[in-house]
Design a protein around this ligand. Structure first.
Ligand code: HEC
Length: 123
């Protein structure tokens, strides 16, 4: 009869341990999942602050951009360009497009190239 209680306590302890374990697993999983996100989110934010005023957040071109004849960044004409050329255009500028090598690091330019690629995949 008296043995009922310790067993009850043990079951309770096991449940607590299980909950802790599940919680820890979810926590670790959320950190691992969060890790690749900042890069994509960061380049999305860079694009929004540096490029979207001409190219629009989706790459199609803002009103200002369209008046300057910006190409649709999702179009095959832009997407067929090799990464190195996209990076060079962002860094050196082209036509009405300003040069960004003074305000963006090489890493930022590279993640913007990936961002431009991801615009294509979203369509
Ligand atoms: C002041 C407006 C403006 C801003 C800001 C701007 N662009 Fe552009 N962008 C242009 C114009 C205009 C063109 C067309 C240039 C041409 O072909 O003469 C262009 C072209 C491009 C092209 C395609 C070039 C080609 O040969 O097809 C890419 C890629 C590009 N921009 C990426 C970016 C990225 C990334 C940013 C942000 C870092 C950015 N642009 C910021 C105006 C802008």
């Amino acid at each position: 009869m008296n043995q009922d209680r310790p067993q009850h306590h043990m079951a309770f302890g096991t449940i607590i341990l299980l909950l802790l374990f599940v919680g820890l697993t979810l926590f670790v999983a959320s950190i691992m999942r969060a890790n690749p996100v900042p890069d994509a989110a960061a380049s999305g934010a860079t694009f929004r602050t540096k490029c979207a005023m001409c190219h629009g957040q989706d790459g199609a071109g803002s009103t200002v951009g369209k008046s300057m004849n910006v190409p649709d960044l999702r179009s095959p004409a832009v997407q067929k360009l090799p990464d190195a050329q996209l990076a060079q255009i962002i860094s050196e500028g082209k036509g009405g497009m300003p040069s960004f090598k003074g305000s963006l690091s090489e890493d930022q330019i590279h993640s913007l190239v990936s961002y431009v690629r991801s615009l294509h995949q979203k369509k």
